[in-house]
Design a protein around this ligand. Structure first.
Ligand code: PMP
Length: 457
């Protein structure tokens, strides 16, 4: 709970904002009633129930940084499909490539020439500088990419355990639904649904930014891989302290464990994610969501030695039933989308503009906090920024989780939604796409000032 805001005031404001939302969205409400008859939760995927308000806006169409709901309300989209639409909605080059490819065949379980081009482009971004990541495989989701990497890591190292960061998120990867209890034991993360086995059998959990804890976890000699984001982004943003990622590299190398850097969200740091921006040397990079401009496609890249070890240590006869793969992975449509998106949409020039907009957003939010006397902080990571309900940035996931205030967050998101602004439902986070304008950002700053005023009046 944020110590700075009275919960009764939050409840009263939420009631007023809920009434305003319902009144302004009769067509979305009618659609939600119909959907309830046919869809569990009334939505096609359960996460879509987590929006603030009694039902979500239903999208009529989306373009660039905006979408319009069935009630004709135009919104600035600062969620951007929780990174899936970081390129903006319907980017022209991706749409053209998809249309071209759709007419030439969607999937054949055979490569198209776009595949090698995508691999080359990913290497140019994530295999530059000290990184040697340069051999890629495509999947449909970042979840699948992470799963495949963990299987390969176990297979090649002959070890059983995976290290993850406390309060991480890497998709629906069983090993990652683990957290530390107050006594420091590995337990199921709160809300974990139907875990196959107790996570302590598969997973060691360490706090982010804690070198000693990682050293201790690797000491047992049973760790196949350390899977982590270079900056946590799924419990709010937690940035690495100076020297931390160098220590992770040195410790994993010494322990013979793979260092897997999941850049699915941190791609916001620049064209080659944090790997390029911070000159990291991972064994494996995972990217997803964004690289197809919204079309499902993800990838994992390996250093050459690991790629060739895989080629030698997996029997061709069993390759289709070994636990790594996917019938539609690397399909012609996704691959065409990825090629166009990487080469024509997510360009270095686009990142420069996105980062400038994110800085403008962060500056605006900080100025509002200062004016209102709210002791919260703002964190930036390239094209992404967020505010959190504590005066100083957290060092690790548990600290970040302790700062959370779900009712206050829901209110702020609903308040924004009623002013035509969509924030990422899981955090107070805003992401910029190439089409986001200064005016879009300023619209948020203005609405946020009104929210801060209502909270502190
Ligand atoms: N890795 C990270 C860091 C993520 O944030 C996510 C999704 N939020 C994933 C992997 C999984 O992506 P997907 O749901 O597209 O499989």
């Amino acid at each position: 709970m944020s110590a700075t805001v009275d919960p009764a005031r939050v409840a009263a404001l939420t009631a007023a904002e809920t009434a305003a939302f319902v009144a302004a969205h009769p067509a979305c409400a009618a659609e939600a009633t119909t959907a309830r008859e046919h869809l569990t939760y009334g939505v096609p995927m359960s996460w879509m129930a987590k929006w603030p308000g009694p039902f979500p806006p239903v999208v009529r169409e989306a373009a660039g940084a905006h979408f319009t709901c069935l009630d004709g309300v135009e919104h600035v989209d600062l969620c951007l499909g929780d990174t899936g639409a970081m390129c903006g909605h319907a980017p022209a080059a991706t749409v053209a490539a998809v249309a071209r490819q759709a007419a030439r065949g969607l999937t054949a379980m055979l490569p198209t020439p776009d595949a090698a081009a995508v691999g080359a482009e990913l290497t140019a971004r994530f295999g530059a500088g000290p990184s040697r990541v340069s051999r890629w495989q495509l999947t449909l989701t970042a979840t699948d990419a992470n799963r495949h990497v963990l299987r390969y890591a176990r297979h090649l190292t002959g070890r059983t355990k995976v290290v993850v960061m406390d309060f991480c998120y890497h998709g629906t990867v069983d090993e990652a639904f683990a957290t530390l209890d107050p006594a420091g034991r590995v337990v199921e993360r709160r809300g974990s649904i139907g875990a196959p086995v107790p996570p302590s059998l598969t997973t060691l959990v360490v706090p982010f930014n804690d070198v000693d804890a990682l050293r201790a976890a690797l000491d047992g000699g049973d760790v196949a891989a350390v899977l982590m984001e270079p900056a946590l982004t799924n419990i709010g943003i937690v940035l690495p302290e100076p020297g931390y990622l160098d220590a992770v590299r040195a410790l994993t190398r010494a322990a013979g464990a793979w260092w897997v850097v999941d850049e699915t969200h941190t791609l916001c740091a620049g064209p080659g994610g944090c790997t390029a921006a911070w000159a990291l040397e991972p064994d494996v990079v995972v990217v997803g969501k964004t690289i197809g401009g919204g079309v499902p496609v993800a990838a994992f890249g390996l250093v050459p030695e690991l790629a060739s070890a895989i080629e030698h240590r997996v029997e061709l006869e069993d390759i289709d039933v070994g636990g790594v793969g996917g019938t539609l992975a690397g399909n012609a449509l996704s691959t065409a989308a990825a090629r166009a998106t990487l080469t024509e949409v997510l360009t270095p020039a686009a990142f420069a503009g996105m980062t400038a907009r994110a800085d403008r957003w962060a500056d605006g939010v900080q100025a509002v906090l200062d004016d209102a006397g709210l002791p919260w902080h703002v964190t930036r990571l390239g094209a992404r920024a967020e505010y959190a309900f504590a005066p100083v940035p957290p060092r690790h996931g548990a600290e970040a989780a302790a700062e959370d205030d779900f009712p206050l967050q829901q209110l702020l998101h609903l308040h924004a939604l009623n002013r035509g602004l969509l924030l990422t439902p899981f955090h107070n986070m805003a992401l910029m796409c190439p089409a986001t304008t200064d005016a879009d950002v300023d619209r948020h700053t203005e609405a946020f000032a009104a929210a801060a005023g209502a909270l502190t009046a």
